[in-house]
Design a protein around this ligand. Structure first.
Ligand code: AHR
Length: 515
């Protein structure tokens, strides 16, 4: 990986910041499915990632126990599979049945030879053993209605029909009962195998979705939204696709990756504001279609790919990549403390849209732009970004609170003015447990006055991730040395709590909130 630009953009705002919260002011219930991740047949996510027979920790099925344990610690709920770009040329039938009869195929998305050792059954049974909810994607790039409906029947059908009987013949009697289904992946992207214009995709997604729900009416469908807010077709794509699919789908997808470009630290620190605007725009696009249809139905969002991802590790539009085999090392970004701060802030944004975001997937789970890294035959370890994800998944429970955050803004080149301090909070209505997540995007300590008029609030403590200024954490050793630190002292007053935030930090506080 090339060295990151050394230039830092200084952001120095130090003035009054206040947050007001009350248990009655709520955004919505946090859907636990926002703590999802993503396993694609890409690089070393599957092979030598989650699966490595012969590894010292491998279970009877060949899956690495060390990775499964870290996944559990990370608090992952949903796992999207098998892609990503990979799914758009995938023939799922070639990866079921006896492994010795399966043939390798050339995956055109990543120009990698896929051995087909891991397929639908292996993945779904892994999810069952590990208590993960699978989110399956169907191929609407090179394939269509038939293959999509057949896969739903294979996974969810009862005995007595062709595809369900094939599953049973392959050794699995009980249907898997997969609820979440993506209607293709990033079909607006010219890089996608079988890329389509919005009308063609919208019609196909509506037809495939209809057939899939006829096989199993209990499933939830995700239509492809834009692969980024910066696509030329953004907005019009959502409008057109939903004009065909509004009545059949439940969610529309969103994908976003953020990075520090050309040393522009201020814009990078403002990434979650860009994410926030992206959510508001997709909600507006979806609601506009609903309004035109005079529909009472509300489409929710599946933010099924998000993360920090550095451009230098991307493939771009290259079509002459050498064909690779044996789980090549591709897109293995190593993260810094700054990346961890931004990931924490992005997670807080998901919480602040709890009324509309039903699913979220940190892309991806292992090795590929991932919070968990492995060495083949060696260790598994946590990247810096592991910590804010795990902490939020652990602490954020119940209802997301509608906070009133007053903070100065600073100017950024990419996003205009962004708040210097951002926050999100949840309260568990059963226990009164409060979780408060606060990001200080500035390079100075900030003092925050937390007001809780008409309610009793207490913060017991907090843990923070700091943007170390040493650059990327390139090695396993450095990543393992990085951890969360105790929050700066918290002072309780009469109706207020004073917090001090370290420069460029993300802090998770825990405590209680009652009327
Ligand atoms: O997560 C890596 C890739 O990013 C996925 O395959 C694709 O959907 C997105 O462009």
């Amino acid at each position: 990986m090339a060295a990151r630009a050394a230039v830092r953009q200084t952001v120095n705002v130090n003035s009054d910041v206040s947050i007001i919260l009350h248990p009655d002011y709520r955004i919505g219930t946090v859907d636990r499915r926002i703590f999802g991740s993503f396993v694609e047949h890409l690089g070393r996510c599957v092979y030598t990632g989650i699966y490595e027979p012969g590894h010292a920790t491998a279970d009877a099925h060949g899956f690495r126990r060390d990775v499964a344990d870290l996944t559990r610690e990370l608090g992952v709920t949903v796992v999207r599979y098998p892609g990503g770009n990979f799914v758009s040329n995938y023939v799922w039938e070639d990866a079921v049945g006896p492994v010795e009869h399966r043939k390798p195929f050339l995956d055109l998305a990543w120009r990698t030879v896929e051995p087909n050792t891991i397929g639908t059954d292996e993945f779904l049974q892994y999810c069952e053993r590990e208590g993960l909810e699978p989110m399956m994607a169907v191929n609407l790039g090179t394939r269509g209605v038939d293959a999509a409906a057949a896969l739903v029947e294979y996974c969810n059908g009862q005995a007595g029909t062709r595809w369900a009987d094939l599953r049973i013949a392959n050794g699995r009697e009980e249907p898997y009962g997969v609820t979440l289904w993506c209607l293709g992946n990033e079909m607006d992207g010219p890089w996608q195998i079988g890329h389509k214009d919005a009308h063609t995709y919208g019609r196909l997604a509506a037809d495939a979705g209809k057939a899939m729900k006829l096989v199993d009416p209990t499933i939830e469908l995700v239509a492809c939204g834009s692969s980024s807010m910066y696509m030329d077709t953004f907005g019009e794509w959502e409008r057109t696709v939903l004009s065909y699919t509004y009545d059949i789908v439940d969610h529309i997808s969103m994908h976003a990756y953020y990075e520090e470009l050309n040393g522009d630290r201020a814009s990078f620190l403002g990434s979650a504001t860009a994410m926030d605007r992206f959510v508001e725009r997709v909600v507006a696009s979806a609601d506009a279609v609903g309004a035109q249809k005079r529909s009472d139905k509300r489409i929710t969002l599946s933010f099924d790919e998000w993360n920090v991802w550095y451009l230098e590790s991307r493939f771009g539009d290259a079509t002459d990549l050498p064909i690779q085999r044996d789980a090549p090392r591709i897109i293995e970004d190593r993260y810094s403390g700054l990346d961890a701060v931004v990931v924490g802030d992005l997670m807080a944004t998901l919480l602040n849209h709890a009324d509309r975001i039903a699913v979220g997937c940190l892309a991806q789970l292992v090795n590929v732009i991932a919070p968990i890294m492995t060495e083949p035959g060696g260790d598994a370890w946590r990247q810096t970004t592991f910590h804010p994800f795990a902490t939020t998944a652990h602490l954020a429970r119940g209802e997301a609170l509608q906070l009133k955050v007053d903070a100065p803004t600073f100017a950024t080149e990419r996003h205009g003015g962004v708040p210097a301090v951002t926050a999100a909070a949840t309260v568990d209505p059963d226990t009164g447990a409060l979780a408060l997540f606060v990001t200080n995007r500035t390079d100075a300590e900030q003092t925050v006055t937390l007001r809780h008029p008409g309610a009793r609030a207490h913060l017991e403590g907090g843990r923070a991730v700091l943007a170390d200024h040493d650059g990327a954490r390139e090695t396993q050793k450095a990543a393992e040395a990085y951890g969360m630190v105790d929050a700066l002292p918290i002072t309780h007053g009469d109706g207020t709590i004073t917090l001090t935030l370290a420069p460029e930090s993300w802090t998770a506080f825990h405590g209680s909130l009652e009327r």
